[in-house]
Design a protein around this ligand. Structure first.
Ligand code: MLT
Length: 321
């Protein structure tokens, strides 16, 4: 029987599909520092991970029984894919399954930021019944998203899902991507069943930086070891703009971000990902202008079901060859 270690968990639907097809699926996470021993002692041929478990060259070299590594989600940054190639280990991911969920989280942070919800949730809990009128005044100058320009850096599946939502909200979208010149965005109007196609030509990174009221990042990681938004890029944004990073930690320089928030260059930030996961720096977590979440872009029932189904189908096909 082929044994699968789903070290960061797998939705029940995928586990059931795999078990019905005759696989053994372990969902208990290997204890800290014992991944190699767990894989070897359990004779696991397939290892499934989200973003938490790192599959390094050392893990692959120390576990010669691994044949297949599945990444539940998009980014492959926690798997040494080049080393997997050299060892003939197949690596696969589920690039489309979580786009809508990530896009909706981006909007959660945008909605929070323009009305200070991240701060109001905290202050209302502590002094809401004694200083209600003062708090009402503090948060009295919110703004609407409708009519504003949303800049999208990285116009792949997730960037496009964000764009669809933005257009539905009445926002103007500008996007940049070194690999994509034009996209025909298909909008499905659930109410009427209509489909509307909206062509979007990408523009330069500098244009997006300069013209956006809000910016959402959808790139796989740092570029040549450098943050995409550092002090220079942040200084070229509109004063009072807001940024959201639900892509990868380090894509925004965290020191530069704090500086931009503290000087008022940025009015807010939404962060789902952090440079130092799983122990992000405290000053980001407690900042009143930052809406924070613990890397949960793909953490919805729908996304996890789609991801688990895709993983299971891939493994079943692989072993049926
Ligand atoms: C992804 O790359 O799809 C996500 O970051 C994975 C996760 O939710 O851990």
């Amino acid at each position: 029987m082929v044994k699968i270690l789903a070290n960061d968990g797998i939705d029940a639907i995928g586990k059931t599909l795999l078990e019905n097809a005759g696989f053994f699926v372990e969902t208990n996470k290997a204890p800290e520092g014992q991944l190699i021993q767990t894989i070897n002692e359990g004779n696991f041929e397939v290892v499934l991970v989200r973003s938490a478990t790192k599959i390094t060259a050392e893990v692959m070299d120390s576990c010669p029984g691994i044949r297949l590594i599945g990444r539940a989600g998009v980014g492959l940054d926690n798997i040494d894919t080049r080393h997997a190639d050299t060892r003939g280990i197949q690596v696969f991911n589920t690039p489309a399954a979580s786009s809508q969920s990530v896009a909706e989280l981006v909007f959660s942070h945008l909605f929070a930021g323009v009305r200070w919800l991240q701060d109001a949730n905290h202050t209302m809990r502590t002094v809401g019944n004694t200083q209600f009128n003062g708090l009402k005044k503090t948060y009295s100058a919110g703004i609407e998203l409708q009519g504003k320009t949303l800049g999208i850096v990285g116009f792949g599946r997730i960037g496009q899902a964000v764009a669809r939502m933005a257009i539905g909200m009445g926002m103007k979208v500008i996007a940049t991507d070194p690999f994509i010149q034009e996209v025909n965005l298909e909008l499905n109007i659930a109410q009427t069943g209509q489909k509307i196609s909206i062509p979007i030509q990408t523009v330069s990174f500098d244009t997006v930086i300069a013209q956006s009221d809000f910016l959402s990042l959808h790139v796989p990681g740092k570029v040549n070891g450098k943050a995409v938004l550092g002090a220079d890029e942040l200084s070229r944004m509109k004063k009072g703009a807001g940024v959201v990073n639900a892509a990868r930690g380090g894509v925004i320089d965290e020191d530069a971000l704090l500086q931009a928030l503290n000087t008022g260059q940025l009015s807010f930030a939404g962060l789902d990902v952090f440079e130092n996961e799983p122990t992000p720096r405290e000053d980001l977590l407690v900042h009143p202008k930052i809406s924070v979440s613990p890397h949960i872009g793909a953490s919805t029932a729908e996304a996890q079901e789609r991801i688990a189904t895709e993983l299971a189908q891939y493994i079943i096909r692989y072993y049926a060859r």
